[in-house]
Design a protein around this ligand. Structure first.
Ligand code: NAD
Length: 253
């Protein structure tokens, strides 16, 4: 429906779950997609599934600014520019402040916030120079409302929403749009692994499904569809939003 022919995109966390679906959906819409992830085996699998319109790019976001600069240099050398940056990689943690160590918080912050900052900082000068760029950051419904026992996770996701809004405001006059997507629970390895750790996984699954007003979890493809729209020229008037795609998780809260 949305045509991204001729665009170059990079998706972090594209070896699994939501990122995998986003990479495939962007390629389906015509974009060339860099599948960026620390998981090389699955990253290569996803790029291979897509075929000629994708390349795997190894990236560990905790390695810092220099690594992100190197990724930018590769993309610019091969494609000349980046049109669409999807900062999607993220890690989770369960616990109240009493169950969260400072190291837990630092680890989540390093991937979810600092990694996003480093990669965006690497690509944004080129976008400003061309007066064109779309940045989409995967936050969470936990970046808009509090989720019980998710102190470190929600802290980073609220930070992502703030980061996105500031980017949008600072660079709107330079042809750049920045939006966050805020999924409710989506059935991916991120969630199924967590569920398997509960004493009663079936009950945990049902409980997580029922936190959405629609009574089920989302699919990665449902999040990817919104990201394709946000990446497209049809969304030219959309910037600075925290787009809740949550099956009604937050309705009434
Ligand atoms: P997932 O675990 O299936 O995929 C996450 C990907 O990120 C993996 O491929 C992993 O290798 C990669 N990654 C982790 N650390 C990395 C690092 N240091 N450098 C590069 N890549 C790294 O998870 P998912 O459910 O697809 O989640 C994707 C994003 O969506 C995350 O930001 C998550 O917080 C967010 N989210 C997920 C849900 C959900 O219910 N699944 C809900 C709201 C938000």
């Amino acid at each position: 429906m949305f045509d991204l022919t001729g665009k170059t995109a990079l998706v972090t966390g594209a070896a699994s779950g939501i990122g995998e679906a986003v990479a495939k959906a962007l390629a389906n819409a015509g974009a060339f997609v860099y599948v960026a992830d620390v998981d090389a085996a699955n990253g290569r699998r996803v790029a291979g599934d897509i075929g000629a319109q994708a390349a795997f790019c190894e990236l560990d976001l905790i390695q810092g600014a220099q690594t992100c600069e190197s990724v930018k240099d590769i993309v610019h050398a091969e494609k000349g520019r980046l049109d669409i940056l999807v900062n999607n990689a993220g890690i989770g943690h369960v616990g109240t402040i009493l169950e969260t160590t400072a190291d837990d918080l630092d680890r989540l912050y390093a991937v979810n916030v600092r990694g996003m900052f480093d990669l965006t900082k690497a690509f944004i000068p080129g976008m400003i120079e061309r007066r064109h760029g779309v940045i989409i950051n995967t936050a969470s419904i936990g970046g808009v409302i509090a989720i019980k026992d998710r102190l470190a996770y929600c802290t980073t996701k609220f930070a992502i929403v703030g980061f996105t809004k500031c980017l949008a405001l600072d660079h709107a006059g330079q042809g750049i749009r920045a939006n966050a997507v805020c999924p409710g629970r989506v059935e991916t390895p991120f969630v199924t692994k967590r569920i398997s750790e509960y004493p009663d996984p079936k009950k945990a699954y049902d409980d997580m499904a029922s936190t959405q007003a629609v009574g089920r979890m989302g699919t990665p493809e449902e999040i990817a569809a919104a990201i394709v729209y946000l990446a497209s020229d049809e969304a030219a008037f959309v910037t600075g939003t925290a787009f809740e795609i949550d099956g009604g998780f937050a309705v009434g809260k």
